[in-house]
Ligand binder design. Structure first.
Ligand code: GAR
Length: 201
């Protein structure tokens, strides 16, 4: 069984979907278990939820490191070490990681991003899809490499953009797909299966 660390910065709805899949009623055949939930935000809603579920949590506030990413990442590694994770799932973790950190976790760290990569790396993905007049939009799970939102794609879920959609409605619709896609990809990835997962919503 792989031990999974989940990183978040906010509400953590993707973390909840991953944890529920690993610990819920259908978990017997799941190849992974959550070993720690990590955040750079003390106030992250996902931290309180994980604590309430009895899942170990760690917080390293990035602000005192004032842009010294290497020192911030050393602190992250020190916080993770006692939990001995095999894999890391980034789930709404909003800090960029250096190549040193991504190299250390190469092939063992995945991320979910709210666009159909390679389109719309970075922020404001829903507005950018609308501005481009895209008919299809969605989310992607990929392996994390040094370049932002750029590693090998493991899964995508797509939906049709409606003429009434706004950035807000798209964000909500895509988030629902994320909650289906990320657990499906983690199940395969933790079992060493990197074949592409494709969902339509
Ligand atoms: C999700 O939509 C995730 O794809 C996105 O942040 C949201 C987090 O929601 N991630 C990124 O934009 C990464 N750059 P959650 O905290 O409810 O899971």
């Amino acid at each position: 069984t792989k031990r999974v660390a989940i990183f978040l910065s906010g509400g953590g709805s993707n973390m909840r979907a991953l944890v529920e899949d690993m610990t819920g009623t259908a978990q017997e055949d799941h190849p992974a278990r959550p070993c720690v939930v990590f955040s750079n935000q003390v106030e992250a809603g996902g931290i309180a939820w994980a604590k309430a579920r009895g899942i170990p949590t760690e917080v390293v506030d990035h602000r005192p490191f004032a842009g010294d990413r290497a020192a911030f990442e050393q602190a992250i590694s020190a916080a993770l070490a006692p939990h001995a994770p095999d894999l890391i799932c980034l789930a709404g973790f909003m800090r960029k990681l250096t190549g040193d950190f991504t190299d250390q976790w190469a092939g063992r760290m995945i991320n979910i991003h709210p666009s159909l990569l390679p389109k719309y790396k970075g922020l404001h993905t829903h507005q950018r899809a609308l501005d481009a007049g895209d008919r299809a939009h969605g989310c992607t799970v990929h392996e994390v490499t040094a370049a932002l939102d750029d590693g090998p794609i493991l899964g995508q879920a797509s939906l049709q953009v409606g003429c009434e959609d706004t950035a807000e409605t798209l964000a909500a619709r895509v988030l629902k797909l994320e909650h289906q896609l990320y657990p499906a990809v983690l199940r395969r990835f933790a079992a060493g299966d990197r074949s592409l997962v494709q969902l339509n919503g």
